[in-house]
Design a protein. Sequence first.
Length: 79
Amino acid sequence: MIAASRCPACGRVAAPPRDRCQGCRARTDDETLDPEGTVLTYTSGAEGWIALVELAGGARTWVQAPSEPTIGERLSVDA
C-alpha cells in the first residue's frame, strides 16, 4: 500500500502524504492507496525510465520504471 493523504474539505488526494491540502489548505487525513496506477507520461533520465503514474483518487507520483513504459499502461508502484 502507498501512504497518502485525503482532504476532507475538497477530496484532493496526495501521495506522498501532506499535512495540508495543496488546493484549499485544509488539514488532511491519512490514507493508503493501492500501489497500482496508470502511466500518464514518461521520460528517460540518468537512472533509466521515469514515469508519472496516477494512483487511485487522482494522486500522481513519479516512479522509476523497469523498462520503457507505455502511456496508459498499468504499473505497480513500490512504496
